[in-house]
Structure formats: structure tokens, C-alpha cells
Write a protein that binds this ligand. Structure first.
Ligand code: URA
Length: 189
């Protein structure tokens, strides 16, 4: 697997490991600071992301950026990636074989970024990165530490567009992420 950003992007762009390569416009690798302490992981690109080749640039991404800005995260604090790097047709949930085919790329991003905190946005990253049997409604806001990295989960920002009542918990979870980052930077955890 790729060991530099250049080779990773090259491998992603040439990838034919699953059928999503047949319908993509662009591979969506990620955006943000390449050595950020926080890695947000979403599900997979939507239409706008596929068109622009960048994650979370649509309405859901606007909400994520707004929350990060409102809570005082610096743009250098985070990197955003997805479990799958190519858009599933009609924005369906990616199939298990698509996720497993793509996870090596996320692992490579993990090795390059070396985040201290990983935030799973919704059920798909929660299942692949924390607990395959968990449900986001129960698991959100909880923390687990593995090999010195803190993992947590919150709602996918698209869920807030469907159900505004989730916004408060989303903000609460991201506030806890900011506090965890401050603890880490102060040498606390
Ligand atoms: N939803 C995701 O999970 N990822 C994106 O990049 C955009 C929307």
C-alpha cells in the first residue's frame, strides 16, 4: 500500500478494486491538514463530492464546517476522509465488499496523518472503525482508546438535515472532541 501522499493519490485514482470505479467522476481522497490531530471519517462521496473530487462539499459538509468553525477548531486541526473513496450510485449505503476493498486506502491515510482523534460520522465508519455491531444512536459521544488513538462517533451531518433534533447532540459530541484535543495538547491524555 502507498506510503506517501503522492503514491496514495495515484493509487486511488487508478483503483479498480470494486465496481464503484465504473460510475465515478472523480476519486475523493480527502481534504484538510495532512498531519491534523483529528481525522473525521464519513461514509462515501455524494454527487457534489464526486463532481469536485473533494469530501463533504455539499449541504452536509457545510454543516460540518460550520460546526467546526463555531466550536473554534482551526482548519489545521482536522482532515476529512470517507470509508469509500468513490460515490455509490444514487448515494446508497456502500456495500460491505466496497468498504472492505477501500479500507486499505483509509489505513494508509491513517498512517500518513497519524491522528490523535478519529471521529466516525454515522453508522458506516462506526461499524468499520469502532464496532461492527454498534448503532450510532447508542454509540455516539462514547470514547474508546486504541494504540494511543482516541475513537468516537457522532451523527452523520446529513442526518441533521433530515432531523433537526439531532443537532444539539452533534454539537455536544463535537464540543467533547474539542475538549479531548485540548487535553491531548496539554499533555493530559
Ligand atoms: N457524505 C459522506 O459521507 N461523505 C461525503 O464526502 C459527503 C457526504
Amino acid at each position: 500500500m502507498a506510503c506517501t501522499w503522492e503514491s496514495l493519490v495515484e493509487e486511488c485514482n487508478a483503483c479498480t478494486r470494486c465496481a464503484l470505479c465504473e460510475t465515478r467522476t472523480n476519486v475523493v481522497v480527502g481534504r484538510g491538514c495532512p498531519h491534523a490531530p483529528i481525522l473525521f471519517v464519513g461514509e462515501g462521496p455524494g454527487r457534489q463530492e464526486d463532481e469536485q473530487g473533494l469530501p463533504f462539499v455539499g449541504q452536509a459538509g457545510g454543516l460540518l464546517d460550520l460546526a467546526c468553525e463555531g466550536l473554534g477548531f482551526a482548519t489545521d486541526d482536522y482532515y476529512i476522509a470517507n470509508v469509500v473513496k468513490c460515490r455509490p450510485p444514487e448515494n446508497r449505503t456502500p456495500f460491505e465488499e466496497e468498504c472492505t476493498a477501500c479500507l486499505g486506502f483509509l489505513r494508509a491515510q491513517f498512517s500518513l496523518i497519524k491522528p490523535r482523534i478519529v471521529v466516525c460520522l454515522g453508522n458506516v465508519p462506526l461499524h468499520y472503525l469502532i464496532d461492527k455491531n454498534a448503532r450510532i444512536t447508542q454509540a455516539r459521544g462514547q470514547w474508546v482508546q486504541r494504540k494511543g488513538v482516541w475513537f468516537t462517533a457522532t451523527y452523520h451531518p446529513a442526518a441533521l438535515l433530515r432531523d433537526e433534533s439531532k443537532k444539539l447532540d452533534f454539537w455536544k459530541d463535537l464540543r467533547a472532541v474539542r475538549e479531548k484535543l485540548q487535553d491531548i495538547q496539554n499533555g493530559g491524555v
